[in-house]
Design a protein around this ligand. Structure first.
Ligand SMILES: [Zn+2]
Length: 990
């Protein structure tokens, strides 16, 4: 235990001598508080001389986190903040290596390392469980942020530069390149990111949010090197910085380190980075924009319609929280009134991805709308939104809907497992807006008082109704943003760029042309030069524990009503998490191909005699959500056999555990898909989401395709969540009313074969007192019966290598290649894990990303089914990348791989083996690991083998397994295939 009671005052065992008002290492403590709900100590400090702010969270978490954040508020769309984020990572005064971050990823025990640019901040976070590693990384981060080299060549590499298409010929055409330039070209071809950008541009006309902080490709080339350096000087100053530390390492040491190393050298300035109030519109605005889409893909329903309002500032804690509750009431679940009215109108395929309250700017905004709409329906959608708000304001909100919103709030503030980010980061992100805009950050962590105030006001009546009138009905700062497809947009924009480049070239003197040529060769020289990462600190392998980490305490296993249950006692802040797995190995392949559609509908349709909207309301009222999916469990060592399950997952506040199981019982014994509209809407919505996903996750789809005939588990995994599944949905989405009825019949008959008592296993994660669920679970399983588990004859998978391309609308490709190799039970598994890291980080990253211009090039090893895959992301090339993949054997044989790469990567892998995550995540991982038969013994043998690895073992493993032909699949476009004159491969249309 980290905290012990002394009298009534809580004592922080890690940082015992700091109190409000005390001064230490140049800092003054402004506030110290204990937050009982989160069981943490909160410290707020200011560095006296430089004005740097610092928040520290003291907790017994060994995974210590750090972040330094700068308030970055650019006044144009050159992407200066984003380019700077990239370039500060290209070497610093103390660590003058080309890519210190990347080198540290290879040789550190970090559990998280990244850098990110938002609309008004840039942040550099990391975390690690090892103290030496923490201070190594801290030193590198501080030097990178405050003393970067900002070499002009790096600015050109990361930002933008002019080049000849044949770099050594001044006769060839000019072209623009640069990592951020290409990244943003990719991002802006994604209609959802484009819409997000256009919302900001339209809602804000005078403040920094008007501009694209990532950079608009048309404007990025305007940024000069001098402006770029100046931006660093002003914005990356301690007076404009916000430090954050988290974990069980003593704060005192952090303060001393940061003061001595950086802050003592600076005096306070006024960086003038305050963001003013936006000038409010006096009447609503209408703005229309276009996005690129091929003529063939335009079915007339590809428009986006959004209505958006500017609301309060982020530092008005109570107003903001009230609006968040209102957001939940209006859109929070599929039965919520605005959500339901929009979807049931059938005027669009799904809610717009930017729906709801957005709190990433100083003044927050709310958006509602639909995507996949036809241009004749804009007025009708606007009417639905405005009428719904009007009606709610007039008729009021039923108390049960308010209770549901309050329950969701309570659940999500307790659930430390909720976000997409590590816990230390999710706490930081909660405080970020308030922190950089001068609010009270602690209020964002401890909202108890605020929520009590709001509850009092709700009691008096008319609270949310008044809020709707104030912020929506009587608010003139409203914008309508429409995004429409334009098949000639890309060509027109490209022609404009080419025209501009030609004019520039024509106006150039010979000397200017030669200067460009020379700069290209200097840059190439810098990219090709060998780095000396030996100046970077590293962990000694002898400091790493040789034993694997085993989750403690071990689960209690019992049979309740003859169903095997694993009970995990973990810290969960009063939440009970449960998972139920129904074995479905007896289903036929035909039934399995429809199974993901069954699980998609199961928890989003009607059940227990109630319609879907009422069920959705109940689920939100009593749980943190109930989801169902198909889950594969691969059994390594057994020719990669895999078991298939339907998985139901949920979580609830402990006092709602029984209610949670009741709701699950309704779903699995009395599901109701008979609402044809609802069933058809859910299928179309899912299809629309998967189709939009291709651009952002194309590499995942391509890697799934290329490995699908290598093992049984990769085959089914692709069938359940890959392009095969997407195609299945495409064909189902074509169905008329009768067709849907036939599908529903099939799904009903599948469902009857799924939920038995004799094919169920379960897990539960909770605090000790909440784990006594025998009674509840007995009642739950009492509703189930044994079912027939007769195994159907499956055709099985015949291993085969592919050479294929799948085409869609995309300006870039995603190229993948997979090989069958041994799994974790094989002798070479440790060598293969290191090999995949070596190939990804030291071969594909430089060849495919740095030289080839793709956004990513990587290699993964799935040690359960034994597949190694290469992949590229947003790749401007196809054949070049395939050739790079083919060159992997030459790379392994080249004799240029340094021994140090292997010793560095060993550290990275050993760090990963320890696992990181929230307590309930670790428990669930433990459960599935056991289900796969990956015992502690197997894990320990694997770890032992990693310690013993040498360079030659790794190279030998590569030569042994990767000399085969391999299996290639790519996601690309017809235009790219034509441009690269690719023939002799199988071509399929998505
Ligand atoms: Zn970037």
């Amino acid at each position: 235990m980290s905290y012990y009671k002394q009298g009534i005052q809580m004592i922080d065992a890690y940082t015992i001598d700091l109190h409000e008002g005390s001064e230490l290492h140049g800092y003054k403590v402004l506030q110290k508080s204990y937050l009982s709900k989160l069981n943490i100590f909160y410290y707020e400090l200011e560095h006296i001389k430089s004005g740097a702010k610092h928040i520290h969270i003291s907790t017994d978490d060994k995974d210590n986190g750090f972040a330094v954040t700068f308030k970055t508020t650019p006044q144009d769309s050159t992407g200066v903040a984003h380019i700077l984020e990239h370039t500060v990572l290209c070497g610093s005064k103390k660590y003058p290596v080309r890519d210190p971050f990347f080198s540290m990823i290879k040789r550190s025990l970090n559990t998280f390392m990244n850098a990110m640019t938002s609309s008004d901040w840039t942040s550099y976070p990391f975390s690690t469980k090892n103290k030496t590693d923490y201070y190594n990384l801290l030193d590198i981060y501080l030097d990178a942020a405050f003393n970067p080299l900002l070499n002009k060549l790096d600015f050109m590499q990361e930002g933008h530069r002019l080049e000849f298409t044949q770099p050594d010929s001044t006769d060839s055409d000019l072209t623009i390149s640069g990592v951020v330039y290409n990244e943003m070209k990719g991002a802006m071809s994604d209609s959802r990111s484009l819409l997000w950008d256009k919302l900001g541009q339209s809602l804000f006309s005078t403040t920094t949010y008007h501009y694209n902080s990532g950079g608009d490709p048309a404007i990025i080339p305007d940024l000069t090197y001098e402006q770029f350096v100046e931006f660093h000087k002003r914005y990356y100053h301690p007076s404009n910085s916000y430090f954050y530390t988290y974990g069980n390492l003593p704060l005192n040491d952090h303060l001393k380190f940061i003061n001595d190393r950086i802050l003592s050298n600076y005096s306070k300035i006024d960086p003038k980075t305050e963001v003013n109030d936006e000038v409010r519109y006096t009447k609503p605005q209408n703005l229309h924009y276009s996005y690129p889409l091929n003529e063939n893909d335009n079915d007339g329903k590809r428009n986006f319609y959004a209505l958006s309002w500017l609301l309060c500032t982020i530092t008005e804690t109570e107003e903001l929280l009230s609006l968040k509750l209102l957001d939940q009431i209006l859109l929070g679940h599929s039965g919520a009134i605005l959500n339901k009215n929009l979807m049931e109108s059938k005027l669009g395929k799904s809610l717009i991805s930017a729906s709801g309250l957005a709190d990433q700017s100083r003044e927050v905004f709310f958006t509602a709308g639909l995507e996949g709409v036809s241009e004749t329906d804009y007025k009708a959608i606007e009417k639905i939104i405005l009428d719904t708000l009007q009606k709610v304001a007039e008729n009021g909100i039923p108390q049960n809907e308010i209770d549901t919103a309050l329950h969701q709030f309570e659940y999500h503030t307790r659930d430390i497992n909720g976000g997409h980010y590590a816990y230390f980061l999710s706490l930081l992100f909660r405080m970020m807006g308030s922190m950089i805009h001068g609010g009270k950050s602690i209020d964002e962590l401890d909202l108890d008082k605020t929520i009590e105030n709001i509850k009092e006001k709700i009691k008096k009546g008319g609270f949310f109704e008044a809020l709707i009138k104030k912020h929506f009905l009587n608010n003139q700062h409203r914008v309508e943003v429409v995004l429409s497809p334009d098949s000639t947009l890309e060509a027109r924009e490209e022609a404009l760029v080419q025209k501009h480049l030609k004019e520039r070239k024509d106006a150039m003197t010979d000397d200017e042309k030669i200067a460009i040529k020379e700069q290209s060769s200097l840059l190439k020289e810098r990219q090709d030069s060998e780095d000396d990462p030996s100046v970077l600190p590293k962990i000694n392998i002898s400091d790493i524990d040789r034993k694997i980490t085993i989750l403690q305490p071990r689960p209690v296993k019992k049979h309740i009503n003859s169903v095997p249950v694993s009970l995990y006692e973990q810290t969960t802040n009063g939440i009970v998490k449960a998972g139920l797995l129904f074995d479905v190995n007896h289903l036929s392949d035909d039934e399995l191909s429809l199974l993901p559609v069954f699980t998609l509908l199961l928890t989003q349709s009607g059940a227990g005699g109630k319609t879907y909207d009422t069920v959705a309301e109940d689920v939100s009222r009593y749980t943190g959500g109930i989801s169902s999916s198909v889950r594969l469990v691969t059994i390594p060592g057994n020719a990669s056999v895999c078991n298939k399950y339907v998985k139901i997952k949920s979580g609830a506040l402990a006092h709602n555990t029984e209610k949670m199981f009741q709701l699950i019982t309704n779903f699995i014994t009395e599901w109701d898909f008979s609402d044809i509209n609802r069933t058809s809407t859910l299928i179309k919505k899912k299809l629309n989401n998967l189709e939009s996903d291709i651009v952002s996750s194309g590499h995942r789809y391509a890697m799934g395709l290329s490995g699908r005939f290598l093992t049984e588990s990769s085959y089914y995994s692709e069938m359940f969540s890959g392009i095969t599944h997407l195609r299945k949905l495409q064909s189902l989405a074509q169905s008329d009313e009768n067709g849907i009825k036939i599908i529903i019949e099939k799904l009903n008959s599948i469902g009857k074969k799924v939920f038995g008592k004799n094919n169920l296993i379960a897990y539960c994660v909770a605090q000790k007192a909440d784990l006594e669920i025998d009674g509840v679970f007995e009642k739950f399983t009492g509703e189930l019966h044994d079912i027939e588990l007769h195994k159907q004859k499956s055709e099985g998978v015949t291993p085969k290598n592919l050479n294929e391309a799948w085409t869609t609308t995309t300006p870039v490709s995603y190229v993948a290649k997979s090989f069958k190799v041994p799994d974790i039970t094989g002798l070479d598994s440790a060598a293969l894990r290191l090999l995949s890291n070596l190939i990804g980080l030291t071969y594909l990253h430089p060849e495919v990303r740095e030289k080839g211009g793709a956004y990513g090039g990587f290699c993964s090893y799935n040690n359960l089914n034994g597949i190694i895959s290469f992949g590229s992301y947003r790749d401007p090339h196809f054949m070049r990348t395939v050739n790079t993949y083919n060159g992997v054997i030459d790379f392994l044989k080249s004799g240029t791989i340094p021994e140090s790469d292997v010793s560095d990567l060993k550290i990275k892998i050993l760090g990963e083996l320890d696992g990181s995550g929230t307590p309930s995540e670790l428990a669930v991982n433990d459960f599935f690991s056991e289900l796969s038969g990956v015992t502690d013994d197997v894990k320990q043998k694997f770890k032992d083998a990693v310690f013993k690895l040498e360079l030659q073992d790794v190279i030998n493993a590569g030569l042994k397994y990767l000399q085969t032909e391999g299996s290639v699949s790519a996601i690309t476009s017809d235009e790219i295939l034509e441009k690269e004159k690719i023939t002799g491969i199988t071509i399929e249309k998505i």
